[in-house]
Design a protein around this ligand. Structure first.
Ligand code: ZN
Length: 254
């Protein structure tokens, strides 16, 4: 009986590590979404995982050690992902700053260059510095009166009002209501509902993931443990595998 269980445990562990290998390394490699250094880190983590798992087999704390052996790859994934986004953001900032400097230099040399004013305005708009954006759009439109510049001025003026809290846009009918109006002048939509609903809507993905981890996570764990008591081990193993497969997929793809 002990040998039978050991075999199952070995099989389960290898399959789980196989799933991790597929998600973190193979699928990435196929999609060409893996740099050399990342590949090396992931493979080292996999080796570490296999080492931990092999060590867990037959030891007294087999279950705990075995579970820990699944951690290195997801941890590496999270670390690499956050480093990547930080680096991309910094890169973007640097490029934007260079663009801004170049356009301001262009304005200095060619004070009639409409394109330069609009481009500087666009950069400030993107940074939500609407007052500065407006200043440059207005300069552009004073040189040449074009519909696309007019459009930008209109949008920026509206964003400025929203930013200052002087106006809120009704999500039902897009009417621009004054801040002190609690209900939409056109359709009667309540601003209070809008704030709460839009907050929930904005964070729906995080909320979903958070509640899944906090509420459903432990339930699934209890459910899985119960499976091992009630069902034949091999059936419980299959269900565990399916659950782990979807959990990994859920947290990786978004
Ligand atoms: Zn409305």
């Amino acid at each position: 009986m002990a040998g039978y269980f050991l075999g199952l445990w070995l099989g389960l562990g290898l399959i789980l590590l196989g799933i991790e290998f597929y998600f973190f390394i193979l699928a990435r490699y196929i999609e060409k979404d893996l740099t050399g250094i990342e590949a090396i880190i992931f493979i080292l983590c996999l080796v570490l995982s296999i080492g931990m798992f092999v060590k867990s087999v037959g030891s007294e704390e087999m279950f705990i050690l075995g579970l820990f052996s699944l951690l290195p790859l997801p941890v590496a994934e999270l670390t690499i992902k956050s480093i990547r986004t930080t680096r991309e953001k910094i890169q973007e900032k640097i490029e934007e700053e260079t663009d801004l400097k170049n356009w301001l230099y262009t304005i200095e040399k060619q004070p009639e260059n409409v394109n330069a004013y609009v481009s500087v305005g666009d950069i400030y708009f993107k940074r939500k510095e609407y007052e500065k954006a407006l200043e440059f759009y207005k300069k552009a439109s004073s040189i040449i009166d074009m519909p696309y510049i007019h459009e930008r001025i209109k949008i920026t003026e509206k964003e400025l009002l929203i930013q200052k809290g002087l106006v809120w846009v009704c999500p039902e009918c897009s009417y621009d209501n004054k801040a002190e109006d609690l209900k939409c002048k056109v359709c009667g939509y309540s601003k209070l509902d809008r704030d709460i609903l839009s907050d929930i809507w904005k964070h729906r993905k995080d909320l979903l993931k958070g509640s899944l981890v906090v509420i459903i996570g432990p339930l699934i764990l209890i459910f899985l443990v119960a499976l091992y008591i009630v069902l034949p081990t091999y059936l419980a193993l299959i269900i565990t595998l399916v659950a782990i497969y979807f959990t990994i997929k859920f947290f990786i793809t978004y």
